[in-house]
Ligand binder design. Structure first.
Ligand SMILES: Cc1cc2nc3c(=O)[nH]c(=O)nc-3n(C[C@H](O)[C@H](O)[C@H](O)COP(=O)(O)O)c2cc1C
Length: 189
């Protein structure tokens, strides 16, 4: 279904700490399942979401390199926790941390990607928002290689990889992890 990209309003949708936003795609990345909460927050109908690519949620404030790195990892079958600012149909936005699960066929081909999202902790958004803004600025000037270098150096200075960086920020760490674990139990592929 063809969807017009909404204009961002700058207004934030504040997610509750128990909200679980779950979606599933086929190997191409088209949405094949969305849970009730994901549908409600997105503002789209189930029909509008089905078969659409996840980029339907893409917020223009998100640097491209974040998705590039994310796809690179999940295509290899690795999980990555990504902090993402998403755009709803109304143009309002919401911040989530997303954990993935990669479902493969018996012969090892990707069958589905699952995304499990929960509200991004405030302290994470406070650090990530200006970082992404800087990366986007670099990307607009020097392309994705520029923002990838900046991000890599940023993490190198901290001596962590992206997953460690997010997990270190999310406080208390165990709660974020436990909530993702719960979601995966509740929404098996
Ligand atoms: C399982 C899964 C979940 C995704 N969830 C989101 C999401 O919540 N928001 C988003 O902007 N992109 C999400 N993506 C990434 C999109 O596929 C896409 O790469 C991204 O929106 C950038 O779009 P673009 O390449 O058209 O610029 C997800 C991808 C997968 C495989």
């Amino acid at each position: 279904m063809e969807i017009n990209r909404p204009t961002p309003t700058g207004k934030e949708i504040k997610l509750g700490s128990t909200q679980m936003l779950v979606s599933k795609t086929n190997a191409k990345g088209d949405i094949v399942y969305s849970n009730e909460c994901f549908i409600n927050v997105s503002g789209y109908s189930k029909l509008e979401l089905m078969g659409s690519p996840h980029s339907i949620l893409r917020h223009p404030d998100m640097p491209r390199v974040v998705f590039y790195l994310m796809w690179k990892e999940i295509r290899r079958g690795n999980n990555i926790i990504a902090v993402v600012k998403n755009l709803s149909k109304s143009g309002d936005h919401y911040w989530v941390t997303t954990d993935f699960e990669i479902k493969k066929t018996r012969d090892g081909k990707v069958r589905n990607y699952m995304a499990f999202r929960q509200v991004a902790p405030r302290n994470v958004v406070k650090i990530i928002e200006p970082l992404y803004a800087k990366m986007l600025e670099i990307e607009e000037k020097d392309g994705m290689d520029g923002s990838a270098d900046y991000f890599e150096n940023f993490l190198k200075e901290k001596g962590v990889n992206y997953n460690e960086f997010i997990q270190d920020l999310a406080s208390p760490k165990g709660i974020t992890q436990a909530f993702f674990k719960k979601m995966k139990e509740l929404f098996p592929a």
